[in-house]
Design a protein around this ligand. Structure first.
Ligand code: F3S
Length: 754
């Protein structure tokens, strides 16, 4: 599917030399993660060592992948860069906007109708700029990526938190925001703090009911939802080599649930098998030729404690199946303890629905293992007690599973096959329920199980397990059923046990597909029109932000002095606003509506200095904008923490805020502000925050000599005419000052292109 073999060969051609150079500068043997990171420095061959957990490093990823919800703003921004094509191979995947209601065919037809303008935009913009486009129904981004694009030793970014799924094929794959994707597609370096490393040594071999999913469910229990933050989790050992590539993908995928930057396995025969079976024998051969650089150095495996920041060991031979939850993925229960936990905690024992598939667990192997349980329902004359849905991860898997009779087996059991899309995993689930507030239990083979995630219902207790455990529990209709020890009573009144699952890693007859749902971009996209209706309320082409006027900024109004925590969610709320992700003006109506006003302790209520009246933050800012007056947002510590959502920086810029002045910034948000041409400033003396008054007029001085390391000055003129003046810091380097002057980083790229 148009994977770029030339690019992969280029990566492998330079790999040995770069790894050797990295070994020299670091001065010791290297882990796999370090090899790949150092081989992808945007500056080329490594000339210095970077400190894990401290140094910020510029990287040059090989690929970009985007899902349809986040791709909209990423691509609207990319259009501002003035490039005729993306700088690195990139793809768009339409998977998030399809709602599961009845079944694959009907649901897809409804989604195509409802989201037509978004799909038309994404298809046309992809066609124009050389981006591969995967249509609605083609599959879920991470499954499609591992089937088509992931390669051992590569580095990619994706605008979705489960991008690390590609670690199953030995790739460093990291989830990012749309602005990062835009930068890499525009040819800019991508910055990341050098991650710390957690080693997970897997010994032994899985058997019986235990599966790859149980490895990550166990790891989540050990590390908890925060334990992987800022780290790459690297798996190794004979146990790692015994897992299928897609099983490895499941483990890496769900590394997102422990906050890991990404997770990875070394190249091995299982990866080679998967590459060959998915029509990529040439990559398998090329990877085998550089295999020594696609694994950690031998010294690392011999003495891992000396090379990883943290080390965990798991014996797969002793690993029990796990069920995690409810409400958090790190509440890990070995199967033998689970029934007791259900009873003790009063969780609903009756299972309402079991859902298998999603990007986490929809490989052919997963489907065969689950089907081997499902077929026992019929064979053993068991009445299936709970509802059952199956979400294939891609059309390739769906078609192959259909050909091989697996989907029939599921349907026989009463299962409903949903579209190849996120569906219930992202809450796109029109669940039919007698009483939506009823306390109830569901179990999925997905990755996340926070309250309301799947069906928007706070009373739903969602548990996470392997697809084969989910299937067994669906048959039983009872959360306390342990298929390893318990019997079920069949329609003849006999007590029967379920046999252990049996799986096949790769289809015996090979993978097959009729129409994978891929649309290749035009060779020359210059004549392609990007389709955006001027009357759309979901999409809006962006205008370039204005360049700096060349003077100090004077007479600005205070828009809001935010009190306490102000995360990207306070600045640009999610929920119903997600619909407007591709429409900057409409989504700007949520700007700072969650921030607490220091002066009245209320949200979304600030004083309009032009009228003296209190009003909503966006409306007040729009009034200043209409009057041609700039404004300043003042904030407290760690302003902008949370997600990397670029809307939190774009909205104030769009509505005419000129500077964000805070006690301290969350780093990603600070960088996002700089990229959008905003002034991101911090009080030199944090107590100066207290000098800011509600009716202040604000001047920012020193901009004509704006230079790295030199503070600027803020002058407050208070309502009574008195004045306070104090220095403010910034962290702009030369290049970032140019972004400010040009009005935005993308304006600068555009000027350079021209
Ligand atoms: Fe989609 Fe759920 Fe995966 S939202 S990308 S299937 S985690």
């Amino acid at each position: 599917m148009a994977f770029d073999f030339d690019m992969i060969q280029r990566v492998y051609a330079g790999l040995g030399e770069r790894v050797e150079a990295a070994r020299k500068v670091v001065g010791r043997p290297l882990t796999l993660s370090e090899k790949i990171l150092y081989a992808h420095l945007s500056a080329g061959t490594p000339t210095q060592a970077y400190e894990r957990g401290k140094s910020y490093v510029d990287f040059a990823p090989d690929r970009v992948a985007m899902q349809d919800a986040t791709a909209q703003m990423a691509l609207l921004q990319f259009m501002q860069a003035g490039r005729s094509k993306v700088a690195v191979p990139s793809t768009v995947h339409c998977d998030h906007l399809i709602q599961a209601k009845v079944g694959a065919v009907e649901d897809l037809a409804i989604a195509n109708d409802k989201n037509k303008e978004v799909y038309d935009f994404l298809a046309s913009v992809s066609n124009k700029y050389g981006i591969g486009f995967w249509k609605p129904g083609a599959g879920i981004i991470h499954q499609v990526v591992i089937e088509n694009y992931a390669f051992p030793g590569g580095m990619m970014i994706g605008t979705d938190s489960h991008t690390p799924n590609a670690g199953g094929l030995g790739m460093i794959a990291i989830g990012v925001g749309g602005a990062d994707a835009c930068d890499v597609m525009a040819g800019l370096p991508w910055e990341l703090k050098m991650p710390k490393l957690i080693g997970v040594k897997l010994t032994g071999k899985l058997s019986g009911w235990a599966s790859a999913k149980d490895v990550i469910l166990r790891v989540a229990g050990i590390l908890t939802v925060k334990g992987g933050t800022g780290c790459i989790v690297e798996y190794f050992g004979e146990g790692a080599e015994s897992l299928s590539a897609t099983g490895k993908g499941t483990i890496c995928n769900m590394g997102a649930e422990i906050g890991a930057t990404t997770s990875i396995f070394a190249y091995d025969e299982k990866m080679g098998d998967y590459l060959r079976s998915t029509n990529r024998a040439d990559i398998a051969d090329a990877a085998s030729a550089v295999a020594a650089d696609l694994r950690s150095d031998d010294e690392v495996y011999a003495d891992p404690a000396s090379y990883f920041d943290q080390l965990i060991e798991i014996n797969l031979s002793e690993l029990e199946p796990h069920i995690n939850g409810p409400f958090t993925p790190d509440l890990a229960w070995p199967l033998s303890n689970f029934a007791k936990a259900v009873k003790e905690n009063g969780w609903p024992e009756k299972l309402d629905v079991g859902l298998i598939g999603s990007c986490t667990n929809s490989s052919y192997e997963d489907m065969t293992r689950s089907a081997s349980i499902a077929e026992q329902a019929t064979k053993k004359n068991l009445k299936v007690k709970a509802e059952f849905t199956i979400t294939p991860g891609s059309e390739l898997v769906r078609f192959t599973a259909g050909r091989d009779g697996l989907l029939d087996t599921f349907e026989h059991m009463g299962g409903v096959v949903l579209a190849n899309a996120c569906g219930p995993c992202i809450g796109q689930w029109a669940r039919h329920m007698d009483d939506p507030s009823r306390k109830n239990s569901i179990i999925t083979s997905f990755n996340r199980n926070f309250a309301k995630r799947n069906d928007g219902n706070a009373s739903t207790h969602a548990f996470v397990a392997s697809p084969e455990i989910v299937t067994a529990l669906v048959i039983a209709g009872d959360l306390t059923f342990n298929p390893m020890t318990d019997t079920l009573i069949n329609e003849n009144g006999e007590a029967v046990m379920l046999d252990e699952p049996q799986g096949i890693e790769q289809p015996v007859k090979g993978y097959a597909v009729d129409d994978a749902g891929y649309q290749a971009p035009a060779e020359d996209g210059s004549g392609v029109n990007v389709l955006v209706s001027p009357t759309s309320d979901r999409l809006q082409l962006l205008d370039s932000f204005k360049a700096w006027e060349g003077t100090d900024l004077t007479g600005l109004k205070l828009l809001i002095k935010a009190k306490g925590k102000c995360t990207t969610d306070h600045i640009s709320m999610a929920g119903p606003w997600l619909k407007y992700r591709g429409h900057l003006d409409n989504i700007s109506n949520n700007m700072l509506i969650g921030a607490v006003n220091y002066y009245n302790d209320q949200t979304n209520s600030v004083k309009n200095q032009l009228t003296g009246e209190y009003g909503e933050v966006p409306a007040t800012q729009r009034a200043y904008k209409a009057a041609g007056i700039g404004s300043v947002v003042v904030g407290d510590e760690n302003y902008g923490e949370g997600s990397s959502r670029e809307h939190a920086a774009m909205e104030p810029r769009h509505l005419g805020v000129r500077a964000i002045l805070v006690r301290s910034f969350a780093r990603i948000h600070e960088t996002n502000l700089k990229k959008q041409g905003m002034l991101a400033l911090t009080f030199v003396n944090p107590a100066d925050y207290d000098k800011v008054q509600e009716d202040d007029s604000i001047d920012i001085l020193g901009l004509t000599t704006f230079a790295p390391g030199q503070p600027l000055t803020v002058r407050l003129t208070h309502a009574d005419g008195s004045v306070d003046e104090f220095p403010v810091n910034h962290t702009y380097n030369e290049g970032q000052i140019e972004w400010f002057k040009a009005g935005a980083a993308l304006n600068l790229i555009k000027m350079k292109q021209a």
